[in-house]
Design a protein around this ligand. Structure first.
Ligand code: A3P
Length: 317
């Protein structure tokens, strides 16, 4: 074990003792680190990332708040970049699902993972807010996906309830709602997370592609063409003619992916300890499911927070 790693462990232990604590969704507590709430492992992983991760100029990052469409984007980005590598009938995604398509930065462990063998452009996913990323990677290209916070809350509440420690009492929607509004949820506050990337995308539109789940659902082909061009792999006239865009959209559709054996029965491991059943990444895949859960007052409260936080930013969700 090297000295850097020991220092990180020390710093992590210290941070956990001194930073503000809030109620957790999955485990007892979340910790506020640099303005955002994290499971303690993610604070340590963040420290590791800063020391050990070395970006390459061609790297492409997928950034998102949890439950905004990360899995979908992973599939679309991977299928688009690798469209000459796989046939649609025997595609990597059909066997492995989107989670395995490229790694999350956030689960860096020790000894550090060697990513140097990955073919360029390497792709990585992250839930860290923009302001917490190591400086070396902020000059790379980023795709950011965001979504209506009301749907994010409902999706996250379902997901976290499933992942929640059995030692804790059940997690009511009222409690999740209250915490979410206060900004206390993994990688939250939601609004500050979104704004961190939104502001960066205004500054460097050629480096950050800012996407909205709802717009992508309405016009996935348009979104995919923009995504491909942004990643430096625009679809050619011949590909458009052959319907490649439609085929990738179909391959990555909720309908198709959620019915795959790997996504019904498979499990994905994040780091050494954290395991999630693939099926939990596919719930409904709809716009506006919040209507089945939130009262009029709850809807109003979230909308007011959103209006207030995004006021003057130019961002409308
Ligand atoms: P719901 O819980 O509202 O259904 P993430 O991938 O960031 O964890 O987000 C998960 C959300 O995206 C879930 O939302 C999930 O159903 C939805 N989703 C997963 N795959 C999708 C796809 N191919 N198309 C559209 N939505 C998808």
């Amino acid at each position: 074990e090297d000295a850097d790693y020991n220092k990180i462990c020390e710093e992590h232990r210290h941070l956990i003792e001194i930073v503000p604590k809030g109620n957790g969704w999955m485990e007892k507590h979340l910790y506020n680190y640099n303005g955002f709430w994290f499971h303690p492992n993610y604070i340590k992983n963040h420290l590791l990332l800063h020391i050990y991760f070395k970006s390459q100029p061609t790297d492409i990052f997928l950034a998102s708040f949890m439950k905004t469409g990360t899995t979908w984007l992973k599939a679309l980005m991977f299928a688009t970049i690798n469209r000459h590598r796989y046939t649609l009938s025997d595609h990597f995604l059909l066997h492995h699902g989107p989670q395995g398509a490229f790694p999350y930065l956030d689960i860096e462990s020790y000894p550090p993972t060697d990513f140097t063998h990955l073919p360029a452009p390497r792709m990585f996913a992250t839930h860290y807010p923009r302001t917490l990323l190591p400086p070396c990677i902020t000059s790379c290209k980023f795709v950011y996906i965001c979504r209506d916070p009301k749907d994010v809350l409902i999706s996250k509440w379902h997901f976290m309830s499933n992942q929640r420690s059995k030692d804790l009492p059940p997690f009511s929607l009222d409690e999740a709602f209250e915490l979410f509004c206060q900004g206390i949820s993994d990688f939250g506050p939601f609004w500050e997370h979104v704004l961190s990337y939104w502001r960066a995308s205004l500054e460097s539109p050629d480096k950050i592609l800012f996407l909205k789940y709802e717009e992508m659902m309405k016009q996935p082909e348009v979104a995919l063409r923009n995504l491909a061009a942004f990643m430096g792999k625009p679809f050619t006239a011949e590909e458009l003619e052959k319907g490649v865009v439609e085929k990738i959209v179909e391959l990555c559709s909720f309908e198709n992916l959620s019915n795959l054996e790997v996504n019904k029965k498979g499990v994905v491991k994040f780091g050494k300890v954290f395991e999630v059943e693939n099926r939990l990444f596919f719930r409904k895949g709809e716009i506006g499911d919040w209507k089945n859960y939130l009262s009029v007052e709850m809807k109003q409260r979230i909308d007011e927070i959103t209006d207030e936080k995004f006021k003057g930013s130019g961002l409308i969700l």
